[in-house]
Design a binder for this molecule. Structure first.
Ligand SMILES: Cc1cc2nc3c(=O)[nH]c(=O)nc-3n(C[C@H](O)[C@H](O)[C@H](O)COP(=O)(O)OP(=O)(O)OC[C@H]3O[C@@H](n4cnc5c(N)ncnc54)[C@H](O)[C@@H]3O)c2cc1C
Length: 406
């Protein structure tokens, strides 16, 4: 039984990587993405060897090269630095997963730029503005259903539609979403030479998190591509729809549950960007002057509201023609910067599984079952570790983390 056509619900990190991986392996697919395009402003993603290795396996060589050239080079330290509000170092924490390619490290990317890179060459299979509502599975074929009443039919359906996955809610309705109560606002400040010179060096060491006396946090991560995005794209993917990205410092404002600012920003989703920016200013009162001044440089147009939610690891489920990847099955808190890396890892693993099924005429459902068992063994420990309250403040790495993630 060979899979002939794979339906992918969601064109985010995992869905696009899977589409590239399937095309590279000669397997037909179509991606259905609800958004009208790649519209949201980008934020910085920490990349580890799981994500980088998956991109190497899935992207055509020129796009993989474009990804590497537009990634951040090696930072001074590979551990996450913990600071107090006066920028004094309190300790460090590991990232999960080994670093990428010591020869030409690729340690961070702009998420929107990477999505644009992963979209190159998919024009005929990437469908924007198609919102999935559910599916029908008769055991032989799967029908994907859309809000406009239309449908698409294939042999396999992959839920790559993120934490609110419509496909997962139908397939595994018992999987619980946990709201940690924490809320955040991601933002970006353009990186100028003056700003780099004024800020504590720790903010450029890799990734840094400063915590104030009231529990408010600010997380900082620089995106400084080794080559300008526009220049690299013009050479490696001429004519592709890839926007320039100037270097920036990602500034993520974390509001603790029931913290003092919880009353100031009662409804994150209704507050105007100006109000959120004002709350960020209030939060850094009494902080290190350069950290306080940094908030003034934040571009309000880049503010992105976040509620920190994650999924409970699902009990093993019966394998069928509908499977899942990424946040749709293991959305995790951002503690270790592993969510996107894990989604990419899944995409490569699933592309390989579907290729084996197609080439060897081995059993499709057995290959999907092996992929799902591997996902549970590899990624669920990362999800559990990321959701463990001990993980945010210490050198904690749980014993059951697979060796590949240490
Ligand atoms: C501020 C921030 C910083 C982060 N930093 C890191 C980091 O440093 N490293 C890291 O590894 N991870 C990081 N993450 C997590 C990472 O972004 C996610 O884990 C990753 O994007 C998950 O990929 P995915 O493909 O599973 O889902 P997504 O990328 O969320 O893609 C899902 C897609 O499905 C679409 N969709 C949703 N519903 C439907 C529907 N009904 N029909 C059709 N399409 C639908 C969505 O529009 C979206 O495009 C961060 C997240 C945030 C918010």
């Amino acid at each position: 039984m060979s899979p002939c056509h794979v339906l992918i619900a969601g064109g985010g990190m995992g869905g696009l990587c899977l589409a590239q991986g399937l095309r590279r392996r000669g397997i037909s697919c179509a991606v259905y993405e609800s958004a009208p395009g790649i519209v949201r402003s980008g934020y910085r993603l920490h990349m580890n060897a799981a994500g980088g290795g998956a991109l190497r396996q899935c992207l055509p060589d020129h796009l993989y090269e474009l990804y590497v050239q537009t990634s951040r080079a090696k930072p001074r330290r590979e551990r996450l630095v913990l600071l107090d509000h006066l920028a004094r170092e309190l300790g460090t924490r590991p990232h999960i997963g080994p670093a990428n390619d010591p020869e030409r490290p690729h340690t961070a990317v702009d998420r929107r730029a990477l999505r644009q890179i992963m979209s190159v060459g998919l024009d005929d299979v990437l469908h924007f503005g198609r919102t999935v509502t559910g599916f029908e599975d008769d055991g032989e074929r799967v029908r994907l259903l859309f809000t406009d009443g239309s449908s698409a039919t294939g042999d396999v359906l992959v839920a790559a539609d993120g934490i609110r996955s419509a496909v997962r809610r139908q397939l595994l309705p018992h999987v619980a979403t946990v709201d940690t109560g924490a809320r955040g606002v991601a933002s970006r400040a353009p990186l100028t030479d003056e700003l780099v010179a004024a800020l504590p060096a720790a903010l450029f060491d890799g990734f840094a998190i400063a915590t104030g006396p009231d529990g408010t946090t600010f997380a900082y991560g620089a995106y400084q591509p080794r080559r300008p995005v526009a220049e690299a794209a013009a050479e490696l993917a001429p004519g592709a729809d890839i926007d320039p990205v100037e270097p920036y410092l990602m500034v993520n404002f974390g509001l603790p549950r029931n913290g003092p600012l919880a009353t100031e920003v009662p409804d994150l989703w209704r507050a105007t960007p100006e109000r959120l920016h004002a709350a960020m200013r209030t939060a850094v009162t009494g902080w290190h002057p350069a950290l306080a001044e940094l908030v003034e440089h934040v571009d309000p147009e880049t503010l992105l509201r976040q509620s920190l939610r994650h999924l409970e690891p699902a009990e093993p489920w019966a394998t069928g023609r509908v499977t899942l990847l990424g946040d749709a099955i293991h959305a995790m808190p951002p503690t270790f910067g592993a969510g996107a890396n894990s989604a990419l890892r899944d995409a490569a693993a699933l592309a390989n599984a579907l290729q084996r099924a197609a080439q060897d005429d081995s059993d499709l459902l057995a290959e999907i079952a092996a992929y799902e068992a591997d996902l549970r063994a590899e990624v669920f420990p990362v999800l559990r570790a990321s959701a463990d309250p001990r993980s945010t403040s210490s050198d904690f790495l749980p014993d059951d983390l697979p060796v590949a993630h240490r």
